[in-house]
Design a protein around this ligand. Structure first.
Ligand SMILES: NC(=O)c1ccc[n+]([C@@H]2O[C@H](COP(=O)([O-])OP(=O)(O)OC[C@H]3O[C@@H](n4cnc5c(N)ncnc54)[C@H](OP(=O)(O)O)[C@@H]3O)[C@@H](O)[C@H]2O)c1
Length: 235
């Protein structure tokens, strides 16, 4: 397994001044985004270590409500050694968490709120914030960006005003599709698991119209379990 320091080096950020959206996904070698309905079953030891490293570098972890509902996002706390790394780099001890939901049909009692180490942000529309935002005020900050549809560009601007420029998006596929369609993705980290699962699992991008969006291969790391960790950067 690559050392953590090797992962920090391989995924080092160029700077923190401008907004940068980094996606992180795991996929089987035949393109499945889940095994048994969850992504965790596809991953491995290095994948989990990389997820921690990427979280350690992030100002905010962004996820879609579908991922929260499917994966049961609980406490995302980074470990003590990563807190040290963050302090040394002038960051808050823990990254923030932001959940995107158009309809706000989330449970305010969900572990994503109840176990949060920092008060999470729920990103939604003006319409949903007016209708259901008050339910979440005790457990999260409601951020309305867009009248009837979440405007993801507006979301990133709102993050930047909070000083959150390094955005780690952990999915899911529909949120990835929306960010990609809006031209807002700077980097894609894909773990390719040495598994061929078949079935009818979806791909890591859903909902975006077909397009020849070219990214450059910026890095490849492998481990002794046969996983490949690919890093792509936009334009
Ligand atoms: N392999 C991996 O690395 C990986 C990573 C993440 C997730 N997954 C898997 O992906 C599956 C979930 O897929 P998914 O596509 O449903 O996940 P998703 O993108 O996290 O969730 C979709 C939901 O998020 C909200 N959302 C996403 N984009 C939005 C936008 N642009 N504007 C407004 N709301 C938006 C909506 O919530 P509301 O319905 O509340 O309006 C939408 O229904 C799960 O099985 C999960 O395990 C795999």
């Amino acid at each position: 397994m690559p050392a953590r320091s090797e992962l920090f080096d391989a995924y080092a950020l160029q700077g923190r001044d401008s907004t940068r959206v980094r996606m992180n996904f795991v996929s089987s070698a035949d393109g499945a985004v889940t095994l048994g309905g969850r992504s965790g079953a596809l991953g491995g030891v290095t994948d989990r270590a990389l997820m921690q490293v990427l979280r350690a570098m992030a100002d905010v972890v962004l996820v879609g409500a579908g991922t929260v509902r499917a994966e049961g996002y609980g406490d995302l706390r980074v470990r003590a050694e990563d807190v040290e790394w963050r302090r040394a780099h002038g960051l808050e001890d823990q990254p923030a968490l932001a959940v995107v939901s158009g309809g706000l049909h989330l449970d305010p009692g969900d572990p994503v709120f109840a176990e949060a180490v920092r008060r999470p942000v729920v990103v939604t529309t003006d319409a949903a914030a007016n209708a259901r935002g008050a339910l979440f005020e005790p457990v999260a900050t409601v951020l309305a960006c867009g009248l009837e549809v979440v405007d993801l560009g507006m979301v990133l601007e709102a993050f930047a005003r909070r000083g959150w420029t390094q955005v780690l998006c952990e999915g899911g596929p529909h949120l990835f599709g929306a960010l990609l369609a809006d031209g807002l993705v700077d980097e894609v980290c894909v773990t390719v698991a040495p598994r061929f699962v078949g079935g009818d699992a979806g791909r890591i991008v859903q909902g975006a119209a077909e397009g020849d969006r070219r990214f450059a291969l910026a890095g490849v790391v492998t481990d002794d379990e046969g996983f490949a960790f690919l890093r792509y950067t936009a334009g």
